[in-house]
Design a protein around this ligand. Structure first.
Ligand SMILES: O=C(O)CCC(=O)C(=O)O
Length: 285
């Protein structure tokens, strides 16, 4: 039987049941309510003033970042820069997640980025992808994300799917491998350009044995930036909200502000919309 650290190292992810307590959940619920309302207001007022989101964020580099769904400019797909915006999350939740990660890796990690996917009914499918390809403009080559579910995540409402063991499934694949804190990890070929930019190439995705990772409110799923994952649309009539806090090793430096400076200034850059159901400029195919 593998312990948590071994499971994480072997599979690239681990689900920690009820890793957060009711106080933490209350903090996150309150933040989510406040930030979702702010996101809706922002989309409305930006549309009213006639700015594009790119123009707006170029001028408002401290503002919460809100990204609409691809097929509805008024519907919030995700918001970002949670810790930059919410003192309660920054002071109560981030240290707790850092402790969970340190217990697993024996290393100190700092926050790299954070977001909440609203996953409204009928929306929010994310194609199979690896997060690492969205982060390679910054120094760290290895990240750990804590996914926190603010609603139970079920197959019906679009829980995450991870591989049973992708390193085993793809052991014979000839692909780039990167030296990381958790050994050599593969970067899988992905679509370049167009609406499927960043999606793992279908022939590779089909070699992976995928498994749904359902979760209860309060569970935390930790996964590294190489672990392939996807989710289907929310076919229930309730939201499936999840917050994602991504960390990098402290020894690599602190990039949170640099990441969000770039994201505010280059809102439309396809790099920031890998395999997501969000509206953005497309790379030429
Ligand atoms: O929220 C989800 O269902 C998937 C999120 C995801 O994979 C991402 O944001 O990169």
């Amino acid at each position: 039987m593998l312990n948590d650290a071994q499971t994480f190292s072997q599979k690239g992810y681990i689900a920690l049941q009820q890793a957060l307590n009711s106080d933490d959940i209350e903090t996150l619920d309150n933040a989510s309510q406040e930030l979702y309302t702010r996101s809706e207001q922002l989309l409305k007022s930006i549309a009213k003033n006639g700015d594009t989101l790119t123009e707006f964020y170029n001028k408002n580099t401290d503002e919460l970042i809100v990204v609409p769904e691809i097929d509805n400019a008024n519907k919030v797909c995700r918001y970002e820069y949670i810790s930059g915006y919410s003192v309660a999350v920054r002071t109560k939740i981030i240290p707790k997640l850092q402790t969970l990660i340190e217990q697993l890796t024996q290393k100190k990690f700092v926050l790299f980025k954070d977001k909440c996917n609203a996953k409204n009914p009928g929306g929010g499918a994310f194609a199979p992808h690896q997060d690492i390809i969205a982060y390679d403009q910054f120094k760290p080559t290895y990240h750990i994300t804590a996914a926190i579910f603010l609603d139970d995540a079920t197959i019906e409402n679009g829980c995450l799917f991870f591989p049973e063991n992708y390193l085993e499934d793809l052991k014979d694949l000839n692909t780039t491998r990167v030296s990381t804190l958790n050994g050599n990890l593969p970067i899988l070929d992905s679509d370049k350009g167009g609406r499927t930019h960043g999606n793992i190439c279908q022939d590779i995705s089909e070699q992976i044995r995928w498994t749904p990772v359902t979760a209860k409110k309060g569970d935390v799923v930790l996964f590294d930036s190489y672990a392939p994952h996807y989710s289907e649309i929310n076919s229930s009539n309730m939201t499936r909200r999840a917050m994602f806090f991504t960390f990098n090793a402290e020894s690599d430096g602190d990039f949170y502000q640099a990441y969000y400076d770039m994201k505010h200034r280059e809102f439309d850059n396809p790099k920031f919309h890998i395999a997501t159901p969000t509206a953005h400029r497309e790379l030429a195919e």
